[in-house]
Design a protein around this ligand. Structure first.
Ligand code: GLU
Length: 414
C-alpha cells in the first residue's frame, strides 16, 4: 500500500487544529503551501544523450522568517512528499524557535547511478531553475537525503555567479571553505542525542548501557550512533537500504562507519549477524532510531516494537495510525520535528554567520545547539503535558501556536 506523506502531514495538522480549536481560515492557510514550483531539467548525460529530470521547490510558510529546508535527490521523490517535508520544516523551525519558515526541494533522480559530472550539471541546472524564488532573505535550501556539502557548494556557486557576487547565505550545509559552519555535518545526530538524553531522564532510563537500534546509516543515522555511543549506549543493530547487522553485545560504531565508507554497506562487519530492516524495527532494545525514510513504522509493525523510546531521525517515519498504537502501548515517540531539528538549527547558525561574516568555534556552535535542543524538548514536553497528549501532539500544538501568533501579528494583507 502506498502511504501519502502529505496526507499524513495534514492528518497531524488537522488533529492538532481540532484540539486547539484553530480558526477555520487559519487552518486552511496552514494546510496549503504558499508556493509550489515544478521545474523540468534537461541534462546532457555523459553518453551525449539528453535526459529530462523533474525538480520541485515547495515554500510552505514564511510567517516567522525565510523559507528553510533541504533538497532531496531520490527516484521516489513526489510533489506530495516535498509538500509534506516543507510543512514539517515550518513546524520544526517554530519548535526550535528559530526565525525561519518551512520549505523543501527535491529532484526525481537516482544519484547512485549518475556520475559526479552528471550530478553537477543536474544540480547547477536545478539551482538556475529555482534561482528566482530562493535567496538569503527569501528561501534558504540545505542538504537532505542523498545531497551533501558538495551539492550545496555547486548551488551556492551557481546562484552567486548568476547574481554577480558571492552569496553564501543562500544555502546552508556548505563546505567550511566557503562559509559552512563548524558542527553542521554532525548537527542532526548531535541534536537527536541531546533529545534522547532528555527523554531518558523523564522515564528514568539510564543511557549508559541502554541498547539502541538504528534504521538507516546515512548522515543522521551515523552521527546518532556515534553520539549515543559516546553517551554510553550500546548500539546493538544498524541497517542501510540493503540490510541490517546485529550484535547483542554492541557493535563497534567506528568499525561500522569505516566498513560502510569502504564497502558502501553495513553488511559484513565482523562479529555481526545479518538481519532485515523489519527485524531491526522489532528488535529487543531500549531506544529505536528510525533514520531512513517516511512510513517505516506502520500499523502492521508498530505493535511489535519493543523499544521504550522511538527517536525519529528521519522525517515522517511513523504513520498516524502507527503513532496511535505506539502511544497506546506506552512508548515515548520523540517526533521528527523535534528529534531531527538539530540539523536546521545549526543551518540557522550557519546562515547567521554568513550574514554577519563572523565565524564561530565548534564549541560555541555545539553549546548553542544543546541549549536550543534542551529548550525545544522541554517546551514540547510541557505542552504535551498541559494538553495530556503525546509528544507529537505537543510539538504540533506548540509549533502551530507559534506560527499562528506570527501570522496574526503580521495580519493578512491586503
Ligand atoms: N534536511 C534537513 C531537515 O529535514 C535540514 C534542513 C535545513 O538545514 O535547512 O531538517
Amino acid at each position: 500500500m502506498n502511504i501519502n506523506p502529505y496526507e499524513n502531514a495534514l492528518t497531524q495538522l488537522d488533529a492538532a487544529a481540532k484540539i486547539i480549536k484553530l480558526d477555520e481560515g487559519l487552518h486552511e492557510f496552514l494546510r496549503t503551501p504558499k508556493r509550489v514550483l515544478t521545474v523540468s531539467l534537461p541534462i546532457k548525460m555523459d553518453n551525449g544523450k539528453i535526459k529530462v529530470f523533474t525538480g520541485y521547490r515547495v515554500q510552505h510558510n514564511d510567517a516567522r522568517g525565510p523559507y528553510k529546508g533541504g533538497i532531496r535527490y531520490h527516484p521516489n521523490v513526489t510533489l506530495d512528499e516535498v509538500k509534506a517535508l516543507a510543512t514539517w520544516m515550518t513546524w520544526k523551525c517554530a519548535i526550535t524557535d528559530i526565525p525561519l519558515g518551512g520549505g523543501k526541494g527535491g529532484i526525481v533522480c537516482d544519484p547512485k547511478s549518475m556520475s559526479i559530472s552528471e550530478l553537477e550539471r543536474l544540480t547547477r541546472r536545478y539551482a538556475y531553475a529555482i534561482s528566482d524564488i530562493i535567496g538569503a532573505e527569501v528561501d534558504v535550501p540545505a542538504p537532505d537525503v542523498y545531497t551533501s556539502s558538495r551539492e550545496m557548494a555547486w548551488i551556492m556557486d551557481t546562484y552567486s555567479t548568476l547574481k554577480g557576487k558571492m552569496v553564501p547565505g543562500v544555502i546552508t550545509g556548505k563546505p567550511l571553505s566557503i562559509g559552512g559552519s563548524k558542527g553542521r555535518a554532525e548537527a542532526t545526530g548531535k541534536g537527536l542525542a541531546f533529545c534522547v538524553r532528555e527523554a531518558a531522564k523523564k522515564i528514568n532510563l539510564n543511557i549508559k548501557g541502554a541498547n539502541v537500534a538504528i534504521q538507516g546509516f546515512g548522515n543522521a543515522g551515523t552521527y546518532s550512533a556515534r553520539f549515543l555511543h559516546e553517551m554510553g549506549a550500546n548500539i546493538i543493530a544498524v541497517s542501510d537500504s540493503t540490510s541490517g547487522i546485529y550484535n547483542s553485545d554492541g557493535l563497534d560504531v567506528e568499525e561500522v562507519i569505516a566498513h560502510k565508507a569502504k564497502t558502501g554497506k553495513v553488511r559484513g562487519v565482523a562479529k555481526s549477524k545479518e538481519i532485515t530492516n523489519l527485524q531491526l524495527l522489532q528488535i529487543e532494545c531500549d531506544i529505536l532510531v528510525p533514520a531512513a525514510y517516511e512510513n517505516q513504522i506502520t500499523k502492521d509493525n508498530a505493535k511489535d516494537i519493543k523499544a521504550k523510546i522511538i527517536a525519529e531521525a528521519a522525517n515522517g517515519p511513523t504513520t498516524p495510525d502507527a503513532d496511535k498504537l505506539l502511544y497506546k502501548n506506552g512508548k515515548m515517540v520523540i517526533p521528527d520535528i523535534l528529534a531531527n531539528a538539530g540539523g536546521v538549527t545549526v543551518s540557522y547558525f550557519e546562515w547567521v554567520q554568513n550574514l554577519t561574516r563572523d565565524y564561530w568555534s565548534h564549541e560555541k556552535v555545539i553549546n548553542m545547539l544543546e541549549e536550543k535542543m534542551v529548550n525545544a524538548f522541554n517546551d514540547v514536553y510541557n505542552t504535551a503535558n498541559e494538553y495530556e497528549k503525546e509528544l507529537r501532539m505537543g510539538s504540533m500544538i506548540l509549533a502551530i501556536n507559534r506560527v499562528v501568533e506570527a501570522i496574526n501579528d503580521r495580519g493578512i494583507w491586503p
